[in-house]
Design a protein around this ligand. Structure first.
Ligand SMILES: NC(=O)c1ccc[n+]([C@@H]2O[C@H](COP(=O)([O-])OP(=O)(O)OC[C@H]3O[C@@H](n4cnc5c(N)ncnc54)[C@H](OP(=O)(O)O)[C@@H]3O)[C@@H](O)[C@H]2O)c1
Length: 349
């Protein structure tokens, strides 16, 4: 039984390195013809080579992006191949369709690496929600923005830290997905879908990023006795949930306030207790290692994905107070967003 990798970039090569150490046989790498790939592995740009090879039992999708990757996954599942993906864009939009397609074809569709890199939240959340009621999730889900905010807290300018994050491989050259909160939006949506067996629309999630944060803002927040973090959260209230990803002023005693650098942390509170998961939020090697765990589960016949889209929840996103900065750089605390602001955060006093 062998594995095929679609997309030999940061994560695909990270997975490959982990797989060969674990004696998992990687037979194919699908990427562009000019891509350098390891000797002894068949390089292809034709998905049919993989689909038609009965020896390929699992396909690892690490292409990234939405449409092309979605179509590749669909083709593989429809052809009876198990799929493991790290692609949060695809999972956030197509969790329902692809899980059903996998079931219909008697194969697995696993995606631990799609949420918070090496933090094992997906499998654990499936387990938790099967025995307890999830009341609240609070998380730092984006390693790049956490690295940026941590360094700005200690005095660095935004542009300098963004460049450093790119240099260190935490951020892509165009890191708008991170800075606008879109990456976190996808991760918190997937967590809500799992926690409540529901299918949320991405546009229902309140989303603000840190693109216009400045050292002046960070210092003002510090002087008020708070620490600024980008927080993704879900709170259950009867049949409603509040779901958002927004820069938030945290009291320094809050458990997420000192989750620093590129680390991620997820706190799940249920009717029975509280669970915390912490780890590297990104990077080829840690993400590749967690993909390998999913591949091993498939190879040993263990499927944690029992997602069913069966509940409809209403969304009620209420925020009591905002910390805002207007276009003339005035800082205000407001109850409602009544004009254009260049920076918006949640303020809890
Ligand atoms: N980077 C992380 O730390 C991290 C962590 C967790 C999850 N993820 C997820 O993992 C996935 C991969 O991320 P990555 O950082 O590894 O991306 P990446 O470095 O850009 O790797 C993607 C690879 O797939 C290739 N590819 C894309 N479209 C293709 C196509 N149509 N035909 C042939 N080859 C194609 C790319 O080639 P080109 O470069 O030529 O397009 C590249 O070699 C994404 O879904 C991402 O969200 C990443």
């Amino acid at each position: 039984m062998s594995v095929a990798i679609l997309g030999y970039g940061v994560v695909g090569s990270g997975f490959y390195n982990n797989a060969i150490k674990a004696n998992v046989d990687v037979k194919y790498i699908f990427d562009r013809p000019e891509k350098n790939t390891p000797k002894g592995v068949i390089k292809t740009n034709n998905i049919d080579d993989i689909i038609n090879d009965k020896d390929v039992f699992v396909v690892v999708e690490t292409l990234g992006g939405l449409d092309f990757a979605y179509n590749m996954i669909k083709k593989c599942l429809s052809s009876g191949k198990n799929v493991v993906t790290a692609n949060k864009e695809v999972v956030a939009v197509y969790i329902d369709e692809l899980t059903n397609l996998a079931k219909a074809n008697n194969v697995y569709f696993l995606f631990e690496a799609a949420v918070c890199g090496s933090v094992p939240i997906v499998k654990n959340l499936f387990e938790i929600r099967n025995r307890e009621e999830v009341l609240e999730i609070e998380a730092i889900t984006n390693g790049t923005t956490n690295y940026i905010l941590t360094n700005m807290y200690f005095g660095s300018e935004l542009d300098d830290v963004v460049n450093k994050a790119i240099e260190l491989g935490y951020a892509e050259r165009n890191c708008d997905n991170d800075l606008l909160g879109l990456d976190s939006l996808r991760k918190i949506t997937i967590m809500a879908d799992i926690a409540y067996n529901t299918k949320l629309d991405l546009k229902d999630v309140l989303t603000y990023g840190i693109k216009n944060v400045s050292l002046d803002i960070i210092n003002d927040i510090k002087n008020r006795g708070y620490i600024l973090k980008s927080i993704s959260s879900i709170k259950l209230n009867g049949n409603n949930i509040c779901i958002k990803t927004i820069p938030t002023l945290l009291d320094p005693t809050h458990p997420l306030a000192r989750t620093d650098d590129s680390y991620n942390r997820v706190i799940v509170r249920t009717n029975k207790g509280s669970y915390e998961y912490h780890g590297a939020g990104a990077g080829g090697n840690p993400t590749g290692a967690i993909i390998l765990e999913d591949v091993k589960l498939v190879l040993s016949g263990h499927n944690y994905n029992d997602y069913v889209n069966k509940n409809k929840l209403s969304i009620n996103n209420n925020i009591n107070k905002y910390y805002v900065v207007d276009n003339s750089n005035n800082i205000k605390i407001v109850d409602k967003l009544e004009e254009e602001y260049k920076f918006i955060a949640e303020y809890k006093d």
